[in-house]
Design a protein around this ligand. Sequence first.
Ligand code: KIV
Length: 338
Amino acid sequence: MNIVQTSSSRVARALPRFPTSSPPSHIRLPVAQVRWSSHSPLGAAPAHARKPVTINTLQSLYRKNEPITMITAHDFPSAHVADHAGMDMVLVGDSLAMVALGMEDTSEVLMEEMLLHCRSVARATKGAFTVGDLPMGAYEIAPEQALESAIRMIKEGRVKSVKLEGGKEMAPTISKITTAGIPVLGHVGLTPQRQNSLGGFRVQGKSTASAMKLLEDALAVQEAGAYAMVLEAVPAEVAALVTKELSIPTIGIGAGNGCSGQVLVQVDMLGHFPPGRFLPKFVKQYGNVWEESLRAISQYGAEVKTRAYPAPEHTYPMSKEVLSDFERLIEKKRAGSE
Ligand code: KIV
């Protein structure tokens, strides 16, 4: 029995904090960032702005058999960098609960919390197609409830589509939402919101019966109008066969290379966590943000303690005359109070 777990970049900070000199040539400084405060916006659309990805773009990638790239983002900076990196899709997954809010599992995260994070991701995402995860409790009661939540995701969360977990039993719900003109990304295989009834985070589709159930779920989700679906924690061979039976893209996570695209949780693939944390087998770690952040923050702390920071170049200049005037006034004030 296989048990799996589901699942700031320094670049923007390289910007000068006051406009005394030109920025390095590789940095395009949007007008809004030329200010004298540390409370500066993180940036605007990439200078090399691309055409926004739409449902049609995704269909065209699928038809060309070009893999679709998707990554999670949970706030403005993580969405900003994902968008700059050219991701086709950005998902505000309910993995938010664990990797951004420190909760134990996804069942705790609220609709209001998802909406807040969707809004910040949407502000940063100018090119990628955005997806907001419907959290547990926001869609299971009735298709009408699901539609209401999906509308909130679009109107308040400002994302372009919604994701929900479940197979055949969710078909009427998916149909209700898509009929209202809201694109739905399905999610079958391991569905983390249902971990308690699945007996934990278990690989799905390992027996013939379970693989057949997966196929039937996938077909029902497609029939109900989903534009694509996530296949999570499924043997690669089963995922490839299910993908072949469908006429919409599958986005795999722990489902091998035969899917139409891939998704990873950004915090996992960036290594933005302390050493020793359990990582599911399917995660490839492409970076070590924790180590770099730890190094930088420790160095900052040490430099503050030794007064090496701030150095003269980190301070604002003033005229010598004003300074000596000020010193003279202080002297005078001191003398007056003696
Ligand atoms: O919540 C999430 O991040 C997800 C992905 C793992 C697909 O659902």
